[in-house]
Each structure stands twice: as structure tokens, then as C-alpha cells.
Design a protein around this ligand. Structure first.
Ligand SMILES: *[C@@H]1O[C@H](CO)[C@@H](O)[C@H](O)[C@H]1NC(C)=O
Ligand SMILES: *[C@@H]1O[C@H](CO)[C@@H](O)[C@H](O)[C@H]1NC(C)=O
Ligand SMILES: *[C@@H]1O[C@H](CO)[C@@H](O)[C@H](O)[C@H]1NC(C)=O
Ligand SMILES: *[C@@H]1O[C@H](CO)[C@@H](O)[C@H](O)[C@H]1NC(C)=O
Ligand SMILES: *[C@@H]1O[C@H](CO)[C@@H](O)[C@H](O)[C@H]1NC(C)=O
Ligand SMILES: *[C@@H]1O[C@H](CO)[C@@H](O)[C@H](O)[C@H]1NC(C)=O
Length: 265
């Protein structure tokens, strides 16, 4: 039999093709699809977002933990939605100690046309995955207050920019001795946590309090730890079907970490 006849037969070519395919797979190794998908992403501000957080429409849900979905605002900041209608800008994520510094997006969303309206904030209601970091204070904003306030409460009055404004707003810390009498003069209130050490001076000063609320607070989160997987060269994720942590490795997903010594991270 002539050799050229063998290699010319369509069946042989097909077999060769399959053989090459199999060889290519085992030699070069096909990189796991989920591992590739879960590379860190950014909204544009330089912060690298990775597990347990993920950016919706940029990263797959399996790259993060349920409830840790972020979106991007038009300024390139990642945004965390804590309750149905309250957005927080993610200022800094510290992956090592599971904490995230957020600021109230209401302040940056206010347009300059409305400069004479005091930014309304809403009470923070935290989902189960998040809790306030310790050693933070609670600031109280009181809205719709009586225009003719008792003298001693005037020092708590907040001004919207440079305008007199129709709405009288008071601001003070939760432990202020004036809070009881102030509450009687106002119709609505909202409470906001503030990270005291992060904001430094200005404490107790009514000019400072708005700035402090603007700067935001620190949250701790509860989710599987990524360290072991990451150090083994993997990328963390979560399988929503089995409700289990996943460590996506170049070869395949593993339960905790990639096969030791197999990859250089
Ligand atoms: C984000 O990742 C890029 C690429 O790995 C790196 O150059 C940059 O320093 C990282 N940024 C931060 C804030 O860690
Ligand atoms: C995250 O997902 C929840 C549920 O699908 C959704 O209500 C929320 O708006 C999302 N958060 C952000 C910041 O897009
Ligand atoms: C986490 O670490 C950062 C940076 O080291 C620090 O500012 C922050 O206070 C820590 N968070 C907690 C909750 O300890
Ligand atoms: C505002 O305070 C004044 C003086 O205490 C009081 O007479 C008045 O009834 C209050 N107005 C309202 C709307 O509560
Ligand atoms: C407030 O108005 C005064 C006088 O019109 C002006 O000098 C000052 O710069 C204004 N401050 C702000 C914050 O706009
Ligand atoms: C916010 O919380 C405070 C106390 O925790 C409560 O008195 C107030 O009514 C709440 N405000 C709203 C709008 O739910």
C-alpha cells in the first residue's frame, strides 16, 4: 500500500485531526473558562475589584459572592447598593481584613442647580452580609424643623451652601444632650454612621458633621476567605447552584485551592 494513499484518505485525515486536538489539549492545557472570566476588573478609578465583590455586566456572578454585586457610576466609581434605594460609593476595599470604606452617593449625585436644597440622606439598613465596623459614631440629621428654634439649638443648624433655604436642618451626634429637645422641633430624622478616626478633627462641630457624613463609614463583610485559593494561584468564586465556594484554577474549579506547586501565581 502506498503511504500517500493512507494520508490522503478522509478517514485518516479526520483521525489525525482528532489526535492533534487531543495532544494540543493535554500538552498546552486548556485554561479553565471560569478562571479566565474571574480576572480582576475596574470601574475606571483604579480600584481592582475581585472576590467577594464583582462588577455587574463586567464580571460573571460566579466570580463573586451573592449580595456583593457592584455597579459603576458615570465617574468610574464602583457603587454598592445597600438597601433598595440607597447607593454608596466604594472608596476603598481592604481585602485582607474584610472591610470596605463607603461614602453616601447622595452627596455626589446632588446637582449644582439644587445647591440650596440640603442633601437628604436615608437611614442605613444593612443586609446580613455587612455590618458596621466598631468605633464609629452615629450622626443624626433632623429635617423639617421649626423655623423659630430655641437659642441653644441654633448651633446645630446646617446650611445648604450659601443660601438661607426654606428647610431647617439640624445635625448632631447621637449622644448629644440636645438631641431630645431638637427632635421635638423637627418632623423627620435620619441616622448615618461616621468613621471617627478616618475623619479626624472637626468632631462635634456642626460644620464638620456634614463633611463627616459625606466622607462615609467603614463596613465589615462576611464571606468566604479568598486567601488560600489566591495564594495557590487561583481566583475565587461562588457556585450559586450548590451554594459553595469555588477556587477557579487554570485547570478546573477546585473546592479550596489549586493543586499545590502546579502553577506559579
Ligand atoms: C490594579 O491592578 C493593576 C494590574 O495588576 C496594578 O498595576 C495596579 O497597581 C492595581 N491597583 C491597585 C490600586 O491595587
Ligand atoms: C445587586 O443585585 C440586586 C439583586 O439583583 C439588585 O437589587 C441591586 O440593585 C444590585 N446592586 C447594584 C449596585 O447594582
Ligand atoms: C482594615 O485595614 C485598613 C487598612 O489597614 C484599616 O484602615 C481599617 O481600619 C481596617 N478595618 C478594620 C475593620 O479593622
Ligand atoms: C415653633 O416654635 C414656636 C416657639 O416655640 C411655637 O410657638 C410654634 O408653635 C412652633 N411651630 C410649629 C409648627 O411647631
Ligand atoms: C457665600 O457668600 C459670600 C458673600 O456673598 C461669599 O463671599 C462666599 O464666598 C460664599 N461662600 C460660598 C461657600 O459660596
Ligand atoms: C431613622 O432611624 C431613626 C432612629 O433609628 C428613627 O427615629 C427615624 O424615624 C428613621 N427614619 C426613617 C426615615 O425611617
Amino acid at each position: 500500500m502506498d503511504l500517500s494513499q493512507i494520508s490522503d484518505s478522509p478517514l485518516t485525515s479526520f483521525c489525525m485531526f482528532i489526535l492533534c486536538l487531543l495532544l494540543a489539549r493535554t500538552v498546552s492545557g486548556e485554561i479553565d473558562r471560569q478562571y479566565l472570566a474571574c480576572v480582576t476588573k475596574t470601574c475606571g478609578d483604579g480600584q481592582n475589584i475581585s472576590f467577594p465583590f464583582y462588577i455587574e455586566n463586567q464580571q460573571e456572578a460566579y466570580c463573586g459572592y451573592p449580595g456583593f454585586n457592584l455597579s459603576c457610576n458615570d465617574k468610574g466609581n464602583p457603587v454598592l447598593k445597600l438597601s433598595s434605594d440607597t447607593n454608596y460609593i466604594v472608596e476603598k476595599i481592604v481585602y485582607d481584613n474584610h472591610s470596605v470604606h463607603v461614602s453616601n452617593a447622595a452627596f455626589s449625585e446632588t446637582n449644582s442647580d439644587a445647591a440650596c436644597t440640603f442633601t437628604r440622606i436615608k437611614n442605613v439598613s444593612l443586609p446580613a452580609e455587612f455590618q458596621l465596623a466598631p468605633d464609629q459614631k452615629q450622626a443624626v440629621f433632623l429635617y423639617n424643623c421649626n423655623n423659630s428654634l430655641p437659642e441653644k439649638l441654633l448651633r446645630h443648624k446646617l446650611l445648604a451652601g450659601n443660601c438661607s433655604g426654606d428647610d431647617t436642618v439640624l445635625g448632631m451626634f447621637e449622644d448629644d444632650s440636645d438631641l431630645d429637645s431638637a427632635s421635638k422641633q423637627c418632623k423627620e430624622s435620619a441616622v448615618a454612621p461616621v468613621a471617627v478616626d478616618m475623619n479626624g478633627e472637626g468632631m462635634g462641630d456642626h460644620i464638620g458633621i456634614e463633611e463627616m457624613v459625606r466622607k462615609g463609614f467603614l463596613l465589615k463583610w462576611r464571606a468566604s476567605d479568598c486567601r488560600v485559593c489566591k495564594e495557590s494561584g487561583g481566583r475565587c468564586g461562588f457556585d450559586a447552584d450548590t451554594f459553595h465556594f469555588q477556587c477557579y484554577c487554570p485547570d478546573r474549579p477546585h473546592a479550596k485551592q489549586c493543586t499545590p506547586g502546579m502553577y506559579v501565581s
